[in-house]
Design a binder for this molecule. Structure first.
Ligand code: FES
Length: 137
């Protein structure tokens, strides 16, 4: 899996998202609560763009009449038919083993870390024989 630098952190506002074309795929990156999540921008049901999904909270009920919200903004509700997915891994809640959105690892790194890079110039052996320099390619 190759690494792709897609944006500055400031390009994706808190609570918002942005779509990037990466190796022929539309990938949507969400910025939620200071974290970034990347998913294929396509609902597995009928293909709705998930960039238009509502970012909602997880709602649980420990007993009748009592509701608790958690993980605010981390769940996606598809704009077309309301299927819901976990932004962290693309898992659906109604059929977690069979239906999910493709998710991708995201890392945030400083420009200095990126600058180091794995850049290696191609080198060739050189030797001198009498008065001739010989390069082997
Ligand atoms: S296209 Fe997403 S729920 Fe139908």
């Amino acid at each position: 899996m190759a690494r792709h630098i897609v944006a500055r952190t400031s390009d994706i506002p808190l609570g918002g998202n942005k779509v990037f074309g990466v190796e022929g795929r539309d990938i949507v990156v969400f910025h939620v609560n200071g974290e970034f999540f990347a998913l294929l921008n396509r609902c597995p049901h009928e293909g709705a763009p998930l960039e238009k999904a509502a970012c909602v909270a997880r709602l649980t009920s420990p007993e009748p009449g009592v509701y608790q919200r958690s993980r605010v903004g981390e769940l996606l509700r598809c704009p077309w038919h309301g299927w819901e997915f976990d932004m962290r891994n693309g898992q659906s809640y109604f059929d977690p083993k069979r239906v999910k959105v493709r998710s991708y690892p995201v890392a945030v790194e400083s420009g200095e870390e990126l600058q180091k890079g794995p850049y290696v110039a191609e080198t060739f052996p050189v030797r001198v024989e009498d008065s001739y320099v010989i390069v082997e390619v």
